[in-house]
Design a protein. Structure first.
Length: 428
């Protein structure tokens, strides 16, 4: 198994191990503050609160969370179409302008770098075992998307050095790991496995030829077998985190791997997807989260992911709430190589091809790597089938930002009442 950190690390030990009642009081104050700010400066939230008959001045804190409407990604997308670029969710103050504008898959726009760092991810890095002075390979994408930059800033906050490689180019990354004596990795678990397999194929000794100690992986599921394999091969400690680019980190593992610790500056609920009411501890429900971003707050945003609130006490000493592992999703959407693929996004790709009669997106997993295949039926046989296949593969990469395969099948192959996205992966 992986190396055990010599001591439990914290971003802010006092806050993370503090009294629960004090934490609740602080979060209540932050919630009321962001509600009033959003109501005053955000056209979208002002309209949402007004339509729900909510006056933030009449709310008292966390006990009133269930009174607030739940925000869904579809709401964000539709409002960005009618009120571009940010949908009116941004805090509109003349003195505040974003340094960056990020473009997420599906052309969902997000302002960046108004807030000073993302404390939730800094807490996750520290909890995973990273420390000041570490040299970390950050393999998350810096192109268009915000997550690479977010992690970069969080590493700066804990005093670590980042090498911003992004994904791909495994030979160069292995040379970097060797020559710069990199001791940390941040990225997806599948890409970390790819790097280890490439290094093994080159005849390298993963424990002697590298200085790797700590990894924080995110954006994909982490099966026990994959974690065990990486830790056994490399001798490093692999911890996972869960979050979204719009909310921040929602949960992270410490050295004890008892569950996902909720960062100190995020409100996380587990709710009944039908009613929006809180699910009791130990019962499965949808994760809904609230952050306190001064530029683009997300208030009661539904993630679409299912989990439950843990009831155990972690030996690390953190006293905040914990989530168990992510157990699935409530909608027909799937995360493929770190990117959410929604049915409407797949429809948008196929809508450009009138030749297509029916299609289905099938997600499988080969050698710990996600494989996305668009299974396509054409309206009629044509000599242009190969050209259509190649064009759809090109558009998948362009519109969804990740590679997908296309397989043309005979008419009648796809069942009539089929899932738009069929996730056939299994997780141990």
């Amino acid at each position: 198994m992986g190396k055990r950190p010599r001591e439990e690390r914290f971003w802010d030990r006092v806050r993370e191990t503090g009294d629960r009642e004090n934490r609740s009081a602080t979060l209540s104050e932050q919630l009321l503050r962001i509600l009033r700010t959003a109501s005053q400066y955000s056209p979208a939230y002002r309209e949402i609160f007004s339509s729900a008959g909510i006056d933030p001045d009449h709310l008292h804190g966390l006990e009133d969370l269930e009174k607030l409407p739940i925000l869904h990604m579809a709401d964000l997308v539709s409002r960005q179409k009618t009120a571009p670029p940010f949908g009116g969710f941004e805090i509109r103050e003349e003195s505040r302008k974003p340094r960056r504008i990020y473009i997420n898959p599906g052309f969902i726009v997000q302002p960046g770098e108004l807030d000073v760092g993302d404390r939730s991810w800094a807490e996750a890095l520290a909890g995973a075992g990273f420390k000041a002075g570490d040299c970390i390979l950050n393999t998350f994408n810096y192109h268009l998307w915000p997550f690479g930059f977010i992690i970069d800033e969080a590493a700066k906050m804990i005093g670590a050095t980042i090498i911003p490689t992004g994904p791909g180019n495994t030979l160069m990354q292995i040379r970097i790991l060797q020559s710069l004596r990199v001791n940390g990795y941040i990225g997806t678990p599948s890409f970390l496995m790819t790097l280890t397999q490439r290094a093994e194929a080159m005849g390298l000794d993963l424990k002697k030829d590298f200085a790797l100690e700590t990894a924080l992986v995110a954006a994909e599921m982490l099966p026990h077998s994959l974690r065990d394999s990486i830790e056994t091969k490399t001798g490093m400690s692999v911890r996972q985190a869960y979050g979204t680019v719009f909310i921040g980190c929602i949960g992270y593992e410490c050295q004890y791997k008892t569950g996902l610790h909720v960062p100190d500056n995020v409100i996380v609920e587990v709710v009944d997807p039908e009613t929006g009411k809180h699910a009791p501890p130990g019962m499965t429900g949808e994760i809904v989260a609230t952050n306190f971003s001064a530029s683009y707050p997300m208030i009661r945003m539904a993630t679409g992911d299912l989990s439950m609130l843990g009831q155990q006490v972690c030996p690390c000493g953190r006293t905040g709430p914990m989530l168990t592992k992510i157990v699935g999703r409530i909608e027909q959407a799937a995360k493929v190589r770190g990117t959410f693929i929604h049915p409407w996004q797949a429809d948008e790709v196929i809508s450009h091809y009138p030749e297509v009669y029916k299609y289905q997106v099938v997600i499988t997993r080969e050698n710990h790597v996600d494989v996305m295949t668009f299974v396509v039926e054409l309206k009629e046989e044509t000599a242009r089938a190969e050209m259509i296949r190649a064009r759809i593969e090109r558009d998948i990469k362009e519109h969804l930002t990740i590679k997908g395969l296309v397989r043309v099948v005979p008419k009648g192959t796809i069942p009539d009442q089929h899932k738009k996205i069929d996730d056939r992966r299994s997780w141990d």
